[in-house]
Structures are given as structure tokens and as C-alpha cells.
Design a protein around this ligand. Structure first.
Ligand code: NZQ
Ligand code: ZN
Length: 393
């Protein structure tokens, strides 16, 4: 195991009706003037926004609002939010929604206390050294942003989707009420489950030896997704299954399963180009990307793929030819994702073969700031990435 730092200070308020405690939680973490940030309207339709407002009012906390965050959140609204927070002297941001809303809130939080262009953080030109405190009320189990130090934003100019990370972006508190996810369409639920599984695979694919504890934690969480996932896709009101998935989504990405080991993140790098260009759901993009990446990278460490195939997917170990076991594990993952309603190829995702060269180039070089290779498991060049996109056809 490698040396590591792990700082995860988020307070989690988990369970039914906990959103009614927002006012107390904001007070507890020092907020005196709040920006409520939300998405395209689900929180209005479900009545959640009204409950959050009422809770702040009960605690006598003044607030302003900025809605309209789109899935794959854009830089334009972040600039608007930064201006608003400065003008209105906001000192706490409350994100009510999914990963997109939370990521947008984190970008505004860092940008408000920065003199330059907030995009500097996403291009790697500047490090985040301070941010306004952020709280969250999560409405979809997926991105893990409710416990993570990360934020992913798409810059409209060039549709460049990039991430920034800092412990300053970890939420001060997150309200996790599984019942809030019961209004999700089955497709979005399945996209979330896929993203959770992807966060676990990105950490499982490591070059660090002897990381049995985190290996076993990852395996346990994927196994739970395999049993709980189909329950909520077929029965949206299954509170207990939703509760398990919600906590797994947080555990999968606050990095408790990723400490002390190298990580991969190839599938995310390749997928982010797809959701930037085609505006598909991140989880749907990952469902198509992961099997292709794993097939391409399998030879780098066949035994790692064979291990997860046996321990998680219940495949028989073929000692004479472990490649067969590794492949069977990847096929089992693919079949599972299709069974919960995820797309299986480029076409179903709405992607176009003619864009492959451009996608691979942006993936490796960005707008000039990229290094030319991606991936922590095995470095991949533009031609490797092109080959992976072709496997998705
Ligand atoms: O905008 P509204 O109307 O709220 O609708 C949303 C949106 O259309 C809807 N939705 C959310 N909760 C709902 C609901 N509809 C009905 N009932 C509810 N309870 O679902 C749609 C998707 O929401 P979104 O926030 O985009 O989903 P998700 O949480 O999957 O976030 C995706 C974004 O997170 C980034 C992705 O790249 C993508 O941009 N990621 C962020 C990470 C992080 N910060 O740590 C890590 C991830 O790997 C990921 O890259
Ligand atoms: Zn993800």
C-alpha cells in the first residue's frame, strides 16, 4: 500500500425527511446568506425546493436562488453564479439536485473567492486554495459529488468537459434522503448505478500490490449494486434498495475505497468526451465505454480482471487460460448493464463514427493543456483511444 492522506470532513444527514433540517445544518456550518442552486425543475415538481426554502426560513436564514443547471453543467451558469454570490454577499451555497447541480455549486464556490477566471482550476493552471462552504441535498445516487472533492464542468466554447479537485470542495454537509430518488425515471436510476460501478472499477484497476482491504471494499460495493440495482429499476419505490444504493454511491467516490493505491480513470476520460459532444448522460456513456476500455486494457494485467470476474461476477477460474476468465467477467458486466437498460454501442448512445479522431484527440490533448496520454493503469495514446472508440461501434 502507498502512503496517503485522507480528509473527508462531510457531515451526512441520512434518511427520510432529513431535508427539513437544512436550516439547522446551514447554521451549524456557519452560513448566514445562502444561494440555493438547482437544476431544470425536478426539485420544483417534487416539492423539495419548497421544503428546503421552508427549512431555511424557519432558521431565519436569508437566501437567493439560481436554477437552470443542465446535466453536464456548463460554465456560463457558473459565471452567472459567481457574479451573483459576489453582488449579494452570499457566504454559503446549498446545492439541491444531482451531481450536475453539486458540481456547478462547487465551481461557483471556488470561483467566488478567486480573482482570476474559475476555468483556470479546470485547465490545471491554478490550484483551489479556498472556496465558499457548500452543502448538498442529493436527489440522484450517481456521481458521488456529495462526498467527493471533485467538480466536472463543460466549457461551452469548444465543449470541453474537464474536472477540478480539492479538499476545499468537499461539502460541509450532505442530506441523503433515499426517498428523494424515487421520482427518478428508470433510465436515470440505471445511469446512476452504472456511474457508481464505474467509480469502483476505476479504483480497482490499480498497479499497486497488496491492497486487499480496498479490493474487498470495492468488490462488496459492486456486489451490492448487482443485487440492489435491478430492484430499483423494476420497483422505483423500494426505499431499502434505494437507501443501500445511495450510501454505496457516496462510498464509491469519497475515495475511502481508493486510498493507498494507484487508480485508472481511463473510462471517465474517454466518456467525458462523449457526454461533452453528444450531451448523453454520463452513466450511459460509461456503460458503452467501460467494456471497450477493459477489453483493450485486459492484457496489461489479466489476473486483476480474472480476480474481479471470479470474486464479483461468479465466473469460473480458467487456470490454463486466465484470459478466458477475464473476458467472461467483462461480458458479465456488459450483460448486467444492458439488463438494467443501458445502451450497448456508439449508435445507441447517439455517437457518430466520423467523430472518433476528434474525440480521441480532445481526450488526449484537450485544448492544448493535455499531456498526450491518459490512464493510470496503463498509459494510452491518441491511437489507443481511437482503437477503444472503435471497439464501441
Ligand atoms: O435538472 P433536473 O430537473 O433536476 O433533472 C435531473 C437531470 O435531468 C434529473 N433528476 C435528478 N434527480 C431527480 C431527477 N429527476 C427526477 N427526480 C429526481 N429525484 O436527472 C438528470 C440527471 O441529473 P445529473 O445531476 O446530471 O446526474 P448525475 O448525478 O449523474 O450527475 C452527472 C454529472 O456529474 C459528473 C458527470 O460528468 C456529469 O456531468 N460527475 C461528477 C463527479 C464528481 N463531482 O465527483 C464524478 C463523476 O464521475 C462524474 O463525472
Ligand atoms: Zn462518474
Amino acid at each position: 500500500m502507498e502512503n496517503f492522506n485522507f480528509y473527508s470532513p462531510t457531515f451526512f444527514a441520512f434518511g427520510k425527511e432529513r431535508e427539513n433540517e437544512c436550516g439547522e445544518l446551514v447554521t451549524r456550518f456557519g452560513g448566514r446568506k445562502v444561494l440555493i442552486h438547482y437544476g431544470g425543475g425536478s426539485v420544483i415538481r417534487t416539492g423539495l425546493l419548497d421544503r428546503v426554502r421552508a427549512s431555511l426560513e424557519k432558521a431565519s436564514i436569508p437566501y437567493i436562488e439560481l436554477g437552470g443547471v443542465k446535466p453536464n453543467p456548463r460554465s456560463g451558469l457558473v459565471y452567472e453564479g459567481i457574479e451573483l454570490c459576489k453582488k449579494e454577499a452570499v457566504d454559503f451555497i446549498l446545492a439541491v439536485g444531482g451531481g450536475s447541480v453539486i458540481d456547478s455549486a462547487k465551481a461557483i464556490a471556488a470561483g467566488t473567492l478567486y480573482d482570476g477566471d474559475f476555468w483556470d482550476f479546470y485547465e490545471g493552471k491554478a490550484a483551489i486554495t479556498k472556496a465558499l462552504p457548500v452543502g448538498t441535498v442529493l436527489t440522484i445516487s450517481a456521481a458521488g459529488s456529495e462526498g467527493s472533492p471533485d467538480s466536472v464542468i463543460t466549457k461551452e466554447e469548444g465543449m470541453l468537459k474537464r474536472g477540478a479537485g480539492s479538499d476545499f470542495l468537499r461539502p460541509k454537509f450532505s442530506v441523503l434522503n433515499p426517498a428523494l430518488t424515487q421520482t427518478l425515471p428508470a433510465y436515470q436510476t440505471a445511469c446512476g448505478i452504472t456511474d457508481i460501478i464505474a467509480h469502483l472499477y476505476e479504483r480497482y484497476l490499480t498497479n499497486t500490490k497488496d491492497v486487499e482491504v480496498t479490493d474487498r471494499m470495492i468488490e462488496a460495493l459492486i456486489l451490492a449494486m448487482i443485487t440492489e440495482g435491478p430492484k430499483v429499476v423494476s420497483n422505483p419505490d423500494d426505499y431499502e434498495a434505494r437507501a443501500n444504493i445511495m450510501w454505496a454511491g457516496m462510498m464509491a467516490h469519497n475515495n475511502s475505497c481508493g486510498v493507498g493505491r494507484s487508480q485508472d480513470w481511463t473510462s471517465h476520460g474517454i466518456e467525458h468526451e462523449l457526454s461533452a459532444l453528444y450531451d448523453c448522460a454520463h452513466g450511459a456513456g460509461l456503460a458503452v465505454t467501460m467494456p471497450a476500455v477493459f477489453t483493450y486494457n485486459m492484457k496489461h494485467d489479466v489476473m486483476r480482471f480474472a480476480q474481479i470476474a471470479v470474486r464479483v461476477w461468479g465466473c469460473q477460474m480458467d487456470f490454463a487460460n486466465p484470459c478466458n476468465t477475464a473476458k467472461a467477467g467483462i461480458e458479465a458486466l456488459r450483460s448486467f448493464l444492458i439488463s438494467i437498460g443501458m445502451p450497448k454501442n456508439f449508435k445507441e448512445l447517439g455517437a457518430d463514427e466520423a467523430d472518433i479522431e476528434r474525440l480521441a484527440h480532445t481526450c488526449c490533448y484537450g485544448d492544448g493543456s493535455g499531456s498526450g496520454t491518459i490512464g493510470g493503469f496503463t498509459p494510452l495514446s491518441q491511437s489507443d483511444v481511437e482503437a477503444i472508440y472503435r471497439l464501441m461501434l
